[in-house]
Design a protein around this ligand. Structure first.
Ligand SMILES: [Zn+2]
Length: 100
């Protein structure tokens, strides 16, 4: 779970998840209220996790005989699962770091 770089308190899964699904770059710490940003290395990781299911929409119908719609539903379910594990990989930073 991410730790606030300002006050050092650990965010809970729920607190992190709520902040993640808002898709805002700045996330206010629930303890000290200070704006926190996702660190560059963490952003690369969560972006990769988020993009992983996309090729499955095209690959699954070929290898499993699923229709594209069934594959799409499956990918949405997988994506929801991946978003729910993202708080475990999230790292915070006091400043907005450049991507690379
Ligand atoms: Zn804090």
């Amino acid at each position: 779970m991410p730790t606030c770089q300002n006050c050092g308190k650990k965010w809970s899964w729920k607190q992190t998840f709520i902040r993640l699904v808002r898709f805002r770059t700045a996330m206010a710490c629930p303890y000290c209220g200070e704006e926190q940003y996702e660190s560059a290395s963490s952003r690369r990781k969560t972006m990769l996790i988020g993009m992983m299911p996309i090729p499955l929409v095209f690959i699954l119908p070929y290898i499993s005989g699923l229709t594209i719609w069934m594959a799409l539903i499956l990918v949405i379910v997988i994506s929801a699962g991946m978003i729910s594990v993202m708080p475990f990989f999230l790292k915070l930073s006091n400043e907005l770091e450049p991507y690379w």
